[in-house]
Design a binder for this molecule. Sequence first.
Ligand SMILES: Cc1cc2nc3c(=O)[nH]c(=O)nc-3n(C[C@H](O)[C@H](O)[C@H](O)COP(=O)(O)OP(=O)(O)OC[C@H]3O[C@@H](n4cnc5c(N)ncnc54)[C@H](O)[C@@H]3O)c2cc1C
Length: 370
Amino acid sequence: MRTSEVVVVGGGVIGASVAFFLAREGIEVTLLERDALAAGASGAAAGMLTPTNDAADAGPFFHWAQRSLEGFESLAAELLERSGVDCEFVRSGTLRLAFDDDDVTRLQARADTFADARLEWFDAAAVRVVEPYAAEHAVGGSYAPDEAHVRSPLLARAYAAAARRFGARIETGVEATGLRVGSGRVTGVETRDGAWSTPRVVLCSGAWSATGGVWPEGLARLPVAPLRGQILSVEAPTPAPATTLLGAGGYVVPKRDGSLVVGATEEEVGFDARVTGEGLRQLLEMGARIVPAIGDCTFRSAWAGLRPTPSDGLPIIGPVDEVEGFAVATGHHRNGVLLSPATGELITGWVSGKATPSEARAFLPSRFTS
Ligand SMILES: Cc1cc2nc3c(=O)[nH]c(=O)nc-3n(C[C@H](O)[C@H](O)[C@H](O)COP(=O)(O)OP(=O)(O)OC[C@H]3O[C@@H](n4cnc5c(N)ncnc54)[C@H](O)[C@@H]3O)c2cc1C
């Protein structure tokens, strides 16, 4: 039987990051992905690195998201050097547009809450100076100069290729079907391609974490559900916008390949990752409210992915106390790309025998399993 010190299940940005950080520490790791790398949500994401989007307050989520953002530029450079894959990091800054008084009040309050993000308030005229393509009817905007974006599928490939350089095995087309447990601890993983003997398994299977056979028998399943996001891209006008713009329930991200990515829907439709006519209609309407010029841009393509969405909005990262040697890293909802480095580091800390840092205890799976 094949053996590995750690087996990671799932080859999205989370599993690939975990494999990279483990391998960089000199830990023997094997990643099993049933399809191709970034076949799930990670292949669909807009790749925004925006800690202030979903944080409810300046608590643990914001702290870890901000920490990930701060290290991203040097991480992208390291991954490029080690793997030859450029994840196309761009520090575009993010401008959140206000269209009415309620938006102004909400965005200004968030600027006070997230002082570390150095948010600045711009009036309507200043908004148009920062980004001339921003909708003329915006009455102001909150600008986050440090926020950035990457190409998510490239990031997953860069993590995996760099992990390989450190000796990790990356096995695609291999589906994990079950966990082997003996005397309360992990002994291996079953796959359609034979079993692996291992003392540690990290489940990083995204929206499928709560459904697959890898979850230990008899343990309450994690409350992680798929949330469909449809997203599209158009050719950017010339000259291209430079700033990521948010508002009207959506966003427009100018990518290095000359496209504008317009996202995203949020739909509870189970494991249905289709692009629909209604989804496209909503996206084009939303995009044109933020950047009216989009109405005249050439359409490129549209796609969809299933976010792993946890019931309480926080990622689920760390050891599962009930089964020694078993850990999860899932539930990253709309922020898995951003949180991927922090997640890889947290899991590497666990494998290395370190206690979970107090600021990351809010993410432990014990909040659901015990
Ligand atoms: C439209 C959209 C836009 C988004 N935009 C952003 C954004 O701008 N910024 C951001 O940070 N996040 C964004 N996200 C969220 C982000 O995509 C997710 O949080 C992240 O991709 C989750 O990564 P993951 O590796 O956990 O899951 P996934 O990428 O879904 O990977 C899970 C992998 O596990 C594999 N798998 C499942 N079961 C098994 C098994 N039994 N054996 C082997 N392999 C298995 C699957 O094939 C899949 O490849 C967006 C998501 C969507 C859908």
